[in-house]
Design a binder for this molecule. Structure first.
Ligand SMILES: Cc1cc2nc3c(=O)[nH]c(=O)nc-3n(C[C@H](O)[C@H](O)[C@H](O)COP(=O)(O)OP(=O)(O)OC[C@H]3O[C@@H](n4cnc5c(N)ncnc54)[C@H](O)[C@@H]3O)c2cc1C
Length: 378
């Protein structure tokens, strides 16, 4: 337990996750959320927990970090579901990455080779073998990679559960309350300014997602290099005879957008996502939705018949090197937990556990040390 008074800026999965862990340890913690907690990127996401399918050869630290977070998911889910008294839709079916044309197979083979070089537990399948695992796949699917250990969670349920668990443990949440300024005096963060005035804190945690660089008061040199990366999404309603069990991702060498299909326990089939550098523009476009539907239909033709339930977009908090920015900063008492980009749902448990440990012990663990802001300051 810590006697420090903690303020968290931002009530997404990251702010709520850290807040829940701190409140659980008996620490006094307050979250200020500009709008409604958990309704920004954390609501928009697909909830894939996919360190293997997302692995890039040039990001080995991130792969390790994601795998460590995935390993903590079962324990995280059990504790969260117990505190919140609700399910968060955690599912352990794997991911199939599929290709439809010779060019795709070529790209898929390249991906498989780099996954093998990274020592990942993945399996190469031909089209027939892939359809044995997922019968809804198109007969045009010629090859696939099976990432059996990638999982998924219903991120919308997870933010609702986190909000509940956080408050149940005594955490204070102010919604519709914008932090206008971070107050730094003589190199130390002392509190925040909202529309209601100054609020003192002994520790400040910046977890404002893609808006983390927008808040006044930080010295220019330590403004986190975080930008919004737009993703358009849609949801279909699965019906009898047209159901998908595994997460399916496409590799499409000739098209701008590869898509994924993520089946939920309630029958929704989430289809995503575009990746667009459009600043804070969140408009849906005909082209974006068209690419998603075309990609999903090519991999699973049966979706043509399904009702379209919802379309939306969200802003991923992308950092300069795609990895999160975590831990201490050159300003005393100011901690960053931002820049989780395309893996923030996957990385929530490890971020929450490790940032809480940092606050309770003042020690930066080896696990988060590679992700500190200082990597951009050197
Ligand atoms: C389309 C899409 C698909 C994705 N799919 C996946 C996926 O499958 N798997 C995965 O792991 N990740 C996925 N992600 C990424 C994941 O959603 C994010 O990395 C994660 O949600 C980031 O959480 P966060 O709490 O940092 O940000 P957010 O959820 O954006 O929360 C930040 C909060 O801070 C608040 N805020 C901002 N400024 C202020 C201020 N001045 N004062 C007070 N509050 C403020 C905002 O209102 C917001 O609620 C996806 C993202 C998108 C957009």
């Amino acid at each position: 337990m810590s006697n420090k008074k903690i303020i968290i800026i931002g009530g997404g999965v990251i702010g709520l996750g850290i807040g829940w862990q701190l409140a659980k340890s008996g620490t006094a913690v307050t979250i200020y959320e500009r709008a409604q907690a958990g309704r920004a990127a954390s609501w928009a996401a697909a909830g894939m927990l996919a360190p293997l399918a997302e692995a890039h050869r040039e990001e080995p630290e991130l792969l390790k970090f994601g795998s460590q977070s995935l390993a903590r998911y079962p324990q995280w889910v059990e504790a969260l579901e117990a505190d919140a008294e609700m399910s968060i839709g955690y599912r352990v079916e794997g991911t199939l990455i599929v290709g439809l044309e010779p060019d795709d197979t070529h790209q898929l083979r390249h991906l498989y080779t780099s996954q093998q070089e990274l020592g990942l537990d993945v399996e190469w399948l031909n089209g027939r073998e892939a359809r044995e695992i997922e019968s809804a796949l198109s007969p045009r699917v010629t090859a696939a990679i099976h990432c059996a250990t990638d999982h998924q969670v219903d991120n919308r349920l997870m933010v609702q559960a986190l909000r509940r668990a956080y408050q149940m443990r005594g955490g204070i949440l102010y919604e519709n309350s914008t932090i206008k300024r971070i107050v730094v005096e003589n190199g130390t963060a002392t509190g925040v300014q909202t529309q209601d005035g100054f609020h003192e804190a002994e520790v400040l945690i910046l977890a404002a997602g893609c808006w983390s660089a927008q808040i006044d008061g930080l010295p220019d040199t330590i403004i986190p290099p975080v930008r919004p990366v737009k993703g358009q999404m849609l949801a279909l309603q699965m019906e009898e005879g047209i159901t998908v069990k595994n997460v399916i991702r496409t590799v499409r060498a000739r098209y701008p957008t590869s898509v994924y299909l993520v089946p939920r326990n309630d029958g929704r089939l989430i289809v995503g996502a575009t990746s667009e550098e459009m600043g804070f523009d969140t408009r849906l476009t005909a082209g974006g939705v068209f690419e998603l539907l075309r990609g999903a239909w090519e991999a699973v033709p049966g979706i043509y018949e399904l009702p379209l339930l919802e379309t939306w977009s969200g802003l991923r908090p992308g950092s300069r090197d795609n990895a999160p920015i975590l831990g201490k900063t050159p300003v005393e008492n100011l901690i960053y937990a931002t820049g989780h980009y395309r893996n923030g749902i996957l990385l929530t448990p490890i971020t929450a556990y490790e940032i809480t440990k940092l606050i309770l012990t003042s020690e930066t663990s080896e696990i988060i040390a590679p992700f500190q802001l200082d990597r951009f300051l050197k």
